[in-house]
Design a protein around this ligand. Sequence first.
Ligand code: SAM
Ligand code: DTB
Ligand code: SF4
Length: 335
Amino acid sequence: MPSTPQAQATSLPVELGKPAALSLRWPVDAVEALFDLPFNDLLYKAQTIHRQHFNANELQLSSLLSIKTGACPEDCKYCPQSARYSTGLEVERLMRVDAIVEAAKKAKANGASRFCMGAAWRSPKDKDLIVVEEAVRQVSALGLETCATLGMLDQAQAQSLKQAGLDYYNHNLDSSEEYYAEVITTRTYQDRLDTLEHVRGAGMNVCSGGIVGMGETRRDRAGLIANLANLPTAPQSVPINNLVQVSGTPLDDVEPIDDFEFIRTIAVARITMPTSYVRLSAGREQMNDQMQALCFMAGANSVFYGEELLTTNNASVEHDQQLMSTLGMVAQKTA
Ligand code: SAM
Ligand code: DTB
Ligand code: SF4
């Protein structure tokens, strides 16, 4: 085991927002100090830790499907699905279970091991949850891991999804607590932490990460990573999204993040959460192969795989298969 603070105190519960600086696994200053390392030192450290816990040539592939699209009441400034912005998106009601299962079969045939169903809701209604749960049962029966991202969950909803066999729940912290307030006003950071607690409480795996390239500072990025790493248990999956700028959203035209700073963010996530899958998430379509290779070198070991994310394009399956072959990487099989 590496001698990281994470490894020394994996079970230490840390409540965010409480004056427990001494017991924090990763104080923000320590995380920012990682960001400040010379690039080669940072990548070496990240790759070394990565190899202690994972096969460095294996990639976990998750495919996404938007099962309910657009007309969302929330005001997330990055999101094309918010009803508050004119993005020209076609609104779609909750899909039928058989259509969801068809998409899952295709994802499996392409080599994905996890299927993630996303819905543009603030939180799911009980009648919708019944449909999602049936989809979870049928997708699970295909031999795929299941994930859903449906907005906020209360404890009973999380338990009900767990009972249906849901393996992972995705709910992102998105940014530091401070910058979050600049980006979303219709739900609080604490609401997000509460949902994560309900997911953990129900015994599901947590998928939680954030978005960079929203105009935040390095300190904000360090704050995001620290908050994820300091959760009672680090999330099993950590998606790091590079903002996909969508015309009509308030964050369209923001200054993009520098490539090296993005790679640093991946490396810092790897070092602070050594046993988590770090996913190189949205924004891959805009990255060249060399950039993606450096992200894998920095410890990313998972990607969203398939032609589409939720509403925007992703790198193509053909291109990803070519890239994996070029790099000598293989898809991780379902556990
Ligand atoms: N509505 C649910 C929610 O917000 O919890 C689930 C779906 S929502 C689209 C899931 C995540 O996608 C968001 O938390 C955000 O991190 C990410 N996301 C949304 N729009 C994005 C964009 N334009 N670029 C990068 N990531 C984005
Ligand atoms: C996550 O962290 N990224 C995914 C998934 N979880 C649900 C979504 C990315 C969405 C990108 C914009 C879109 O396609 O709508
Ligand atoms: Fe709605 Fe989720 Fe988009 Fe926010 S990120 S506007 S909650 S779909």
